[in-house]
Design a protein around this ligand. Structure first.
Ligand code: TMP
Length: 211
Protein backbone atom coordinates (compact mmCIF):
# COMPACT_ATOMS: atom_id res chain seq x y z
CA UNK A 1 0.00 0.00 0.00
CA UNK A 2 1.51 3.35 -1.01
CA UNK A 3 0.81 7.04 -0.52
CA UNK A 4 -0.27 8.94 2.53
CA UNK A 5 -1.68 6.84 5.35
CA UNK A 6 -5.11 7.29 6.86
CA UNK A 7 -5.87 9.22 10.04
CA UNK A 8 -8.66 7.56 12.01
CA UNK A 9 -9.81 8.86 15.38
CA UNK A 10 -11.88 7.11 18.05
CA UNK A 11 -14.26 9.25 20.07
CA UNK A 12 -16.95 8.93 22.70
CA UNK A 13 -17.80 9.81 26.26
CA UNK A 14 -16.33 8.08 29.32
CA UNK A 15 -16.54 4.28 29.59
CA UNK A 16 -17.67 3.54 26.03
CA UNK A 17 -14.77 1.12 25.41
CA UNK A 18 -12.58 3.27 23.14
CA UNK A 19 -9.28 1.91 24.41
CA UNK A 20 -10.37 -1.69 23.87
CA UNK A 21 -11.85 -1.06 20.44
CA UNK A 22 -8.91 0.94 19.13
CA UNK A 23 -6.70 -2.07 19.96
CA UNK A 24 -9.10 -4.34 18.08
CA UNK A 25 -8.92 -2.02 15.06
CA UNK A 26 -5.10 -1.85 15.21
CA UNK A 27 -4.75 -5.63 15.36
CA UNK A 28 -7.10 -6.10 12.42
CA UNK A 29 -5.25 -3.55 10.26
CA UNK A 30 -1.84 -5.00 11.17
CA UNK A 31 -3.04 -8.48 10.24
CA UNK A 32 -4.05 -6.99 6.88
CA UNK A 33 -0.41 -5.87 6.39
CA UNK A 34 -0.88 -2.19 7.24
CA UNK A 35 1.69 -0.35 9.37
CA UNK A 36 -0.24 1.18 12.26
CA UNK A 37 0.66 3.87 14.80
CA UNK A 38 -1.58 3.73 17.87
CA UNK A 39 -1.67 6.93 19.86
CA UNK A 40 -3.88 9.13 22.03
CA UNK A 41 -4.81 12.68 23.03
CA UNK A 42 -4.09 14.56 25.08
CA UNK A 43 -0.66 12.92 24.81
CA UNK A 44 1.18 10.88 22.22
CA UNK A 45 4.68 12.36 22.65
CA UNK A 46 6.72 12.71 25.88
CA UNK A 47 5.98 16.44 26.11
CA UNK A 48 2.30 16.06 25.24
CA UNK A 49 2.01 13.29 27.84
CA UNK A 50 3.37 15.75 30.43
CA UNK A 51 0.66 18.22 29.41
CA UNK A 52 -1.87 15.37 29.78
CA UNK A 53 -0.80 14.84 33.39
CA UNK A 54 -1.28 18.54 34.07
CA UNK A 55 -4.74 18.45 32.48
CA UNK A 56 -6.09 15.33 34.17
CA UNK A 57 -4.76 15.74 37.72
CA UNK A 58 -7.57 16.48 40.17
CA UNK A 59 -6.75 19.79 41.90
CA UNK A 60 -8.29 22.26 44.36
CA UNK A 61 -7.50 25.26 42.17
CA UNK A 62 -10.34 25.86 39.68
CA UNK A 63 -9.01 25.45 36.13
CA UNK A 64 -10.13 28.25 33.83
CA UNK A 65 -11.79 26.98 30.63
CA UNK A 66 -9.34 28.96 28.46
CA UNK A 67 -6.37 27.39 30.25
CA UNK A 68 -7.82 23.94 29.63
CA UNK A 69 -8.58 24.74 26.00
CA UNK A 70 -5.10 26.08 25.25
CA UNK A 71 -3.38 23.16 26.95
CA UNK A 72 -5.42 20.72 24.83
CA UNK A 73 -4.31 22.49 21.67
CA UNK A 74 -0.72 22.91 22.90
CA UNK A 75 -0.49 19.13 23.39
CA UNK A 76 -2.14 18.63 19.98
CA UNK A 77 0.30 20.93 18.16
CA UNK A 78 3.22 18.90 19.50
CA UNK A 79 1.59 15.54 18.81
CA UNK A 80 0.47 16.47 15.30
CA UNK A 81 3.81 17.83 14.14
CA UNK A 82 6.17 15.45 15.93
CA UNK A 83 4.27 12.22 15.49
CA UNK A 84 1.04 12.16 13.46
CA UNK A 85 2.09 14.00 10.28
CA UNK A 86 5.46 12.19 9.91
CA UNK A 87 3.74 8.80 10.32
CA UNK A 88 1.07 9.63 7.73
CA UNK A 89 3.74 10.89 5.31
CA UNK A 90 5.53 7.54 5.72
CA UNK A 91 2.34 5.76 4.62
CA UNK A 92 1.36 4.52 8.07
CA UNK A 93 -2.20 4.52 9.32
CA UNK A 94 -2.57 6.50 12.54
CA UNK A 95 -5.26 5.45 14.99
CA UNK A 96 -5.79 8.11 17.62
CA UNK A 97 -7.77 7.75 20.86
CA UNK A 98 -9.51 11.17 20.75
CA UNK A 99 -8.65 14.29 18.73
CA UNK A 100 -10.26 17.68 18.08
CA UNK A 101 -13.81 16.32 18.09
CA UNK A 102 -13.21 15.75 21.82
CA UNK A 103 -12.41 19.45 22.23
CA UNK A 104 -15.68 20.43 20.52
CA UNK A 105 -17.55 17.90 22.69
CA UNK A 106 -15.85 18.44 26.09
CA UNK A 107 -14.73 22.07 26.06
CA UNK A 108 -17.52 23.21 23.68
CA UNK A 109 -20.51 21.06 24.63
CA UNK A 110 -19.40 20.21 28.15
CA UNK A 111 -17.88 23.49 29.36
CA UNK A 112 -19.76 25.87 27.09
CA UNK A 113 -16.73 27.37 25.29
CA UNK A 114 -17.80 28.97 22.01
CA UNK A 115 -17.57 26.57 19.06
CA UNK A 116 -16.23 29.43 16.92
CA UNK A 117 -13.33 29.95 19.29
CA UNK A 118 -12.51 26.24 19.15
CA UNK A 119 -12.75 26.30 15.36
CA UNK A 120 -10.28 29.21 15.27
CA UNK A 121 -7.74 27.27 17.32
CA UNK A 122 -8.36 24.19 15.19
CA UNK A 123 -7.37 26.19 12.10
CA UNK A 124 -4.38 27.75 13.87
CA UNK A 125 -2.98 24.39 14.97
CA UNK A 126 -4.11 22.12 12.15
CA UNK A 127 -4.67 24.31 9.09
CA UNK A 128 -7.07 22.27 6.98
CA UNK A 129 -5.95 18.93 8.45
CA UNK A 130 -8.90 16.84 9.74
CA UNK A 131 -9.35 13.12 10.50
CA UNK A 132 -10.14 10.99 7.44
CA UNK A 133 -12.57 9.00 9.57
CA UNK A 134 -14.02 9.42 13.05
CA UNK A 135 -15.34 6.32 14.83
CA UNK A 136 -17.88 7.50 17.40
CA UNK A 137 -18.64 4.94 20.09
CA UNK A 138 -22.00 6.03 21.42
CA UNK A 139 -23.77 4.82 24.55
CA UNK A 140 -26.25 6.31 27.02
CA UNK A 141 -24.37 8.32 29.64
CA UNK A 142 -25.37 6.09 32.57
CA UNK A 143 -23.96 2.99 30.82
CA UNK A 144 -20.59 4.68 30.23
CA UNK A 145 -20.36 6.25 33.67
CA UNK A 146 -21.05 2.93 35.41
CA UNK A 147 -18.17 1.36 33.45
CA UNK A 148 -15.83 4.32 34.10
CA UNK A 149 -16.45 4.15 37.86
CA UNK A 150 -15.41 0.50 37.84
CA UNK A 151 -11.95 1.51 36.58
CA UNK A 152 -11.01 3.02 39.93
CA UNK A 153 -9.81 6.52 40.72
CA UNK A 154 -11.53 9.24 38.69
CA UNK A 155 -9.58 11.97 36.85
CA UNK A 156 -10.52 15.68 36.78
CA UNK A 157 -13.03 15.17 33.92
CA UNK A 158 -14.63 11.98 35.24
CA UNK A 159 -15.72 13.73 38.44
CA UNK A 160 -18.05 16.08 36.48
CA UNK A 161 -21.84 15.84 36.91
CA UNK A 162 -24.10 13.81 34.63
CA UNK A 163 -25.32 16.87 32.65
CA UNK A 164 -21.73 17.52 31.49
CA UNK A 165 -21.61 14.09 29.85
CA UNK A 166 -25.11 14.43 28.39
CA UNK A 167 -23.98 17.61 26.60
CA UNK A 168 -20.82 15.88 25.41
CA UNK A 169 -22.78 12.98 23.94
CA UNK A 170 -25.20 15.37 22.26
CA UNK A 171 -22.37 17.40 20.69
CA UNK A 172 -20.66 14.29 19.35
CA UNK A 173 -23.95 13.07 17.82
CA UNK A 174 -24.67 16.45 16.23
CA UNK A 175 -21.21 16.56 14.68
CA UNK A 176 -21.63 13.01 13.39
CA UNK A 177 -24.96 13.90 11.79
CA UNK A 178 -23.44 16.85 9.97
CA UNK A 179 -20.96 14.67 8.03
CA UNK A 180 -22.11 11.09 7.54
CA UNK A 181 -19.25 10.14 5.21
CA UNK A 182 -16.51 10.87 7.72
CA UNK A 183 -18.26 9.93 10.98
CA UNK A 184 -19.18 6.33 11.78
CA UNK A 185 -21.46 5.97 14.80
CA UNK A 186 -21.33 2.56 16.49
CA UNK A 187 -23.70 1.51 19.28
CA UNK A 188 -21.34 0.98 22.22
CA UNK A 189 -24.08 -0.28 24.54
CA UNK A 190 -23.88 -3.67 22.79
CA UNK A 191 -21.61 -6.40 24.19
CA UNK A 192 -17.86 -5.89 23.76
CA UNK A 193 -17.80 -8.71 21.18
CA UNK A 194 -20.58 -7.14 19.14
CA UNK A 195 -18.90 -3.73 19.15
CA UNK A 196 -15.58 -5.36 18.14
CA UNK A 197 -17.40 -7.06 15.25
CA UNK A 198 -18.72 -3.70 14.07
CA UNK A 199 -15.25 -2.12 14.39
CA UNK A 200 -13.64 -4.92 12.36
CA UNK A 201 -16.33 -4.65 9.66
CA UNK A 202 -15.75 -0.91 9.43
CA UNK A 203 -11.95 -1.29 9.19
CA UNK A 204 -12.48 -3.85 6.41
CA UNK A 205 -14.54 -1.29 4.48
CA UNK A 206 -11.93 1.44 4.99
CA UNK A 207 -9.16 -0.84 3.67
CA UNK A 208 -11.20 -1.52 0.53
CA UNK A 209 -11.93 2.17 0.09
CA UNK A 210 -8.23 2.99 0.28
CA UNK A 211 -6.99 0.10 -1.92
P1 TMP B 1 -9.22 9.61 27.94
O1 TMP B 1 -9.69 9.32 29.33
O2 TMP B 1 -10.17 9.16 26.90
O3 TMP B 1 -7.82 9.19 27.67
O4 TMP B 1 -9.23 11.22 27.79
C1 TMP B 1 -8.75 12.03 28.78
C2 TMP B 1 -9.76 13.08 29.15
O5 TMP B 1 -9.48 14.29 28.44
C3 TMP B 1 -11.21 12.71 28.87
O6 TMP B 1 -11.96 12.97 30.04
C4 TMP B 1 -11.61 13.66 27.78
C5 TMP B 1 -10.68 14.84 27.95
N1 TMP B 1 -10.40 15.58 26.72
C6 TMP B 1 -10.93 16.86 26.56
O7 TMP B 1 -11.63 17.35 27.45
N2 TMP B 1 -10.65 17.55 25.42
C7 TMP B 1 -9.86 17.05 24.42
O8 TMP B 1 -9.63 17.71 23.41
C8 TMP B 1 -9.31 15.72 24.61
C9 TMP B 1 -8.43 15.14 23.54
C10 TMP B 1 -9.61 15.03 25.76
Amino acid sequence: MTGRGRFITFEGSEGVGKSTQIQVAAEYLRNAGIEVVLTREPGGTPMAETIREVLLAPRDEPVHETTELLLMFAARAQHLNARILPALAAGKWVLCDRFTDATFAYQGGGRGVSMDRIAQLETLVQGSFRPDHVVLLDAPVDVGMARARHRGELDRFETEACGFFQRIRQTYLERAQSDRDRYHVLDASMSMEEVSGAVVALMGRLIQEHA
